[in-house]
Design a protein around this ligand. Sequence first.
Ligand code: BG6
Ligand code: MG
Length: 218
Amino acid sequence: MRKITAFIFDLDGVITDTSEFHYQAWQRLADEEGIPFSRAENEKLRGVSRRESLNLMLKGRVISEETAQAWMERKNRYYIDLVKTLDPSGVLPGVKTLLTDLKAAGLLAAIASSSKNAPLVIEKLALGSYFDAIVDGLIVTKSKPAPDLFLRAAQELGSPAAECVVVEDAAAGIDAGKAAGMLTIGLGPQERIGHADLPLPDLSQTHLSDLLKQLQTK
Ligand code: BG6
Ligand code: MG
């Protein structure tokens, strides 16, 4: 049976619905600049860095480096305005129960997020005390699907990668978790996270004991 000592959570779209805020901020920028963009296209932006998101939104359009920087700053301003509205009620259903059960079971918990705004989001949700390590886009610049964020989190926890479970809502995040040699729980529609070891619609109906039972046989 596989030994599991830690859970490493993505932030945006797993702990809270800030993936919707990222989408709204990119959509606003795209609309202002007359670039066709849609919610469906935004699915590809989940989990990837700000720069890579801009590249995906541009779909091959060429802009100067100065414009690229200005657009990323503008998107980030729109995003932060939305994050400012967050409070502890923004924690998604099932998350607090799972974090509490992990602690009670003596398992470790970390955040591994591509976002440079992760500290602000965690502060708004008042969740800091639930995590033994927080790794974000300010600490590790190589974003998902690279395994770096998850490997750094495992290192900070002192858990071998093979004993870690990644919880992700993004296709790029599942790829990153697998590349790190970790077990993966995917949250969301099959077409996005169907390649996870354990795909689930969300965390609202999950119990730690059931998750462990299902994962330990993988
Ligand atoms: C990820 C989000 O967590 O962070 C992406 O899923 C986002 O949508 C990425 O682009 C980088 O975030 P930020 O806040 O540094 O622009
Ligand atoms: Mg995410």
